[in-house]
Design a protein around this ligand. Structure first.
Ligand code: FAD
Length: 518
């Protein structure tokens, strides 16, 4: 039996953009359904660099993106403080960079409204002693780091509080094209296979690098190119601030301190299929070599994990033939009624994580125009859940929580300081959650052991608390280990290889994971 649901707006894709659209529309009083084929923020949004851009990176090359990032950086700091760590950012001219670029950079930042100020190199080296001693110039900018999963789930929770239905693991398999308009979609449950029809007055395609595929379900063509980028997480926080090379954007020129690790990235190359994107050992080596320009000896540090994401790159009206790095990071709202004669169907594509709220605002403005709704956007001033105190996240926060209650709440994950209580609260909040969902919600298993110790404990806890039966717990543990291996395999040497062998002895030797009933 196919269930049926009726709504004002169906949003396809639960990355930052789709979650932002759902939140904005729900705040304006629309009935909203948000659906993603996987967990929320498991597309590009869950595979990005973690940088809340100041706009500095785009100031010279892509001034529109720079202006938008600068403005949205200020907005997100005001409404999503709990998702942000205010690390600050630096642009540094290394010995390999043309010092003349710096003058153009400062002028371009001024034009784009990016607050960039030159700082003495000696002061920078005192604050960041690992940085290259041959740096010739340095500039501070209001870059920061932002937690994608926290942000997206905060938007989803805020949308749900205003009546939205948030549906992870629901793939849109058909769009209902009726005459010259889209009237809804058929969703398939990725776990049970059950199908649901959602009838909607309007449908927004926010499927990122997959937007072309979704648009084709309504016979529309959207030329989104997937621009692949590779990132490597290093074991320690090697810098305190986000560090960018002060040069034209290139490969491996940003180092971002994210919680207890640092992430070097990224590359930019066309990917023929956004579902088949893998990082190679060569790409890992290229990132480590690029890191040497920022931090001498960088490649000797322990690399924990590598992954790749795909940028949704769109160039209106033209097929993208250029180098993907040269395609603007600006966004576009496509009203398919105007362009293709297919009404009540919009695509939002391109953009950055940093500008997701603005992208959502423009999209919902277009939805409201289509539906004849007069409500205005409130997301620039409405504070997201958990950010009410306007306090940025800080690196010592979890340690402080553990020290406040060191004996009664045992740790499940020592690397990321996740306690038994944290696991049980997260599981109660999301019925049906698996170990991958738990990892994203709490960063469980993201540290040096890559889940080797904590995941068996978490699986046991979820079983004991009645969230997973025995065979589901075994299956979840096995699936988790297989998924983690993908990100370790291209950098399995030295200490990380030793760690992997230990993890294998535990899961295959002690637990005999391969033969557990599941
Ligand atoms: C390597 C890299 C580094 C980056 N670093 C930064 C950074 O530091 N700062 C920054 O601001 N930006 C960064 N970006 C850009 C940013 O990550 C993206 O622009 C942004 O996350 C895109 O979000 P989205 O919601 O549009 O797409 P996505 O997050 O990809 O969401 C699209 C969703 O649609 C879903 N979907 C697809 N098909 C279907 C279907 N048929 N049914 C249901 N759901 C479907 C997918 O599962 C996915 O979750 C980076 C991008 C890359 C690739």
């Amino acid at each position: 039996m196919m269930a049926a649901v009726e709504t004002d707006l169906l949003v396809i894709g639960g990355g930052a953009t789709g979650a932002g659209v759902a939140w904005d529309a729900a705040l304006r009083g629309l009935r909203v359904v948000l659906a993603d084929r996987g967990d929320l923020a498991t597309g590009t949004t869950g595979r990005f660099h973690g940088l809340l851009h100041s706009g500095g990176r785009y100031a010279v090359k892509d001034p529109r993106s720079a202006r938008e990032c600068a403005a949205e950086n200020r907005v997100l700091r005001a409404i999503a403080a709990d998702c942000i760590e205010d690390t600050g950012g630096l642009f540094v001219a290394t010995p390999a960079d043309d010092p003349a670029y710096a003058d153009g950079f400062v002028a371009a930042c001024q034009r784009a409204g990016v607050a960039a100020a030159e700082v003495p190199v000696a002061a920078v080296l005192r604050a960041e002693p690992r940085l290259h001693p041959g740096i010739t110039r340095a500039f501070s900018v209001p870059d920061a780091t932002i937690d994608a999963w926290k942000t997206v789930w905060a938007c989803a929770r805020a949308a749900a509080a205003h009546g939205a239905a948030v549906l992870p693991y629901q793939e849109i398999v058909r769009l209902l094209v009726e005459g010259d308009a889209v009237g809804g979609a058929v969703l398939r449950d990725a776990r049970s296979g059950a199908e649901t029809t959602v009838r909607a007055a309007c449908v927004v395609n926010a499927a990122g690098a997959w937007a072309g595929r979704v648009a084709s379900l309504a016979g529309c063509e959207v030329g989104v190119v997937a621009g692949k980028g590779v990132m490597v997480a290093m074991n320690h926080r090697l810098v305190h601030a986000v560090v960018n090379r002060c040069a034209m954007p290139g490969d491996g020129d940003i180092l971002v301190p994210v919680r207890t690790v640092s992430i070097i990235g990224t590359t930019d190359a066309r990917a023929p299929d956004p579902d088949r994107v893998q990082a190679s050992a060569d790409e890992v080596q290229a990132m480590l070599a690029a890191g040497e320009m920022l931090i001498p000896g960088f490649s000797q540090h322990r690399a924990l994990r590598v992954w790749a994401g795909v940028r949704p790159l769109f160039s209106a009206g033209a097929t993208i033939t250029a180098d993907t790095r040269d395609v603007s990071r600006a966004h576009t709202v496509i009203d398919h009624a105007d362009r293709d004669g297919v009404g009540r169907f919009l695509t939002i594509t391109g953009g950055k994580f940093t500008t997701f709220r603005l992208m959502a605002e423009e999209t919902v403005d277009a939805v409201c125009a289509e539906l004849g709704v007069g409500a205005t956007c409130r997301t620039a001033t409405e504070v997201l859940p958990d950010s009410e105190a306007h306090q940025y996240y800080w690196i010592g926060a979890r340690q402080a929580e553990v020290e406040a209650d060191p004996f009664d709440d045992p740790l499940v994950c020592e690397c990321e300081l996740v306690s038994r209580h944290d696991v049980l609260v997260a599981a109660a909040r999301r019925p049906g959650l698996d170990l991958g969902d738990l990892r994203r919600a709490l960063r469980l298993g993201m540290g040096p052991c890559q889940g080797g110790f904590c995941m068996a404990r978490a699986a046991g806890l979820l079983h004991e608390a009645g969230h997973l039966d025995r065979s589901a717990a075994n299956a979840a543990l096995r699936a988790f280990q297989e998924e983690r291996w993908k990100g370790v395999q291209p950098l399995a040497w030295g200490d990380q290889l030793r760690q992997k062998r230990l993890d294998d002895w535990l899961s295959l030797g002690v637990l005999d994971l391969e033969h557990l009933p599941a």
